[in-house]
Design a protein around this ligand. Structure first.
Ligand SMILES: NC(=O)c1ccc[n+]([C@@H]2O[C@H](COP(=O)([O-])OP(=O)(O)OC[C@H]3O[C@@H](n4cnc5c(N)ncnc54)[C@H](O)[C@@H]3O)[C@@H](O)[C@H]2O)c1
Length: 254
């Protein structure tokens, strides 16, 4: 239960990768973190990491595509932890497919997790932020929301949609004290990328090619993305609103 002394941050996708690093970083920065994911074991691992560092974290098991479940978990968080001042939508899935290779089911699943999920969590959390008169919503999009990435049609569509949702929320609610910001990472070395590489015919060559896409010649780390989240969420980021911030080692500069 909340001691009532810490601001609350809700982080989706906190069981793994960028979401885990974000939850750990925000806890380190003094937030009490409500973590939402479908992966219970991963959530427990993140909670252990945070508690080992002296932070406070609470795990909530939820499929973020389920409107009723998202509404219920948002109410549970408000009662048991407190109303979030920061919401970070990190949960997402990928799909390596162009339009011709994309089934109806795959299209709907990618849009459901990557776009409908953030819509549902925003709709459930925003009233609590409006009651308080301030709040920050940060959506982890992708460079795929800024440019077309080969063989990722549904993914790019979902992330471009998330950038659009971000700007719309910022425009609608800035005057009420709400900021909404998208962060667009390039390739980040997470479990997700590990799975893609493991399935490649030659994982080491595939890893080198992925690293070479960045001008910096390496993949980003989850902690680097989490640091940008922490900046936007904190007082130093208060003039950042409605933006799509790119953190990609120069991938989209070329
Ligand atoms: N890794 C990259 O290179 C990269 C680059 C740009 C953007 N991103 C974005 O960053 C986010 C996190 O990526 P990651 O690499 O850390 O991935 P990841 O696979 O390591 O973590 C994603 C998390 O989302 C959770 N999740 C998926 N579907 C869910 C659902 N329906 N309900 C609840 N939880 C669900 C998973 O359980 C997992 O814990 C994604 O939105 C992704 O699009 C990643």
């Amino acid at each position: 239960m909340s001691t009532g002394t810490c601001a609350v941050a809700a982080v989706t996708g906190a069981a793994s990768g960028i979401g885990r690093a974000t939850a750990v970083r925000l806890a380190h920065d003094g937030f009490e973190v409500a973590m939402l994911d479908i992966d219970d074991a991963g959530l427990a691992g993140t909670r252990d990491l945070i508690e080992a560092g002296g932070g406070k974290a609470h795990a909530f098991s939820v499929d973020l595509c389920d409107p009723l479940a998202v509404g219920a978990v948002a109410r549970e968080i408000a009662v048991t932890v407190g109303a979030p001042e920061v919401l970070v939508n990190v949960a997402g899935i990928g799909l390596l497919a162009n339009v011709l290779e994309t089934s109806d089911e795959d299209w709907e699943r990618v849009l459901a997790v990557n776009l409908t999920g953030p819509f549902l969590t925003t709709r459930a959390t925003l009233p609590l932020m409006l009651d308080r008169g301030h709040g920050v919503i940060i959506n982890i999009a992708s460079v795929g929301g800024q440019v077309g990435l080969a063989g990722r049609a549904a993914y790019c569509a979902s992330k471009a949609g998330l950038v659009g949702l971000t700007k719309a929320v910022a425009v609608d609610h800035a005057a009420e004290g709400i900021r909404c910001v998208a962060i667009c990472p390039g390739t980040v070395g997470t479990e997700w990328i590990g799975k893609i590489l493991a399935n490649a015919p030659d994982p080491e060559t595939a890893r080198a090619a992925m690293a070479a896409r960045q001008l910096d010649g390496r993949m980003g780390t989850p902690e680097e993305v989490a640091a940008m989240v922490a900046f936007v969420a904190g007082a130093d980021g208060r003039f950042v609103n409605g933006a799509a911030l790119v953190i990609d080692g120069g991938l989209t500069a070329a």
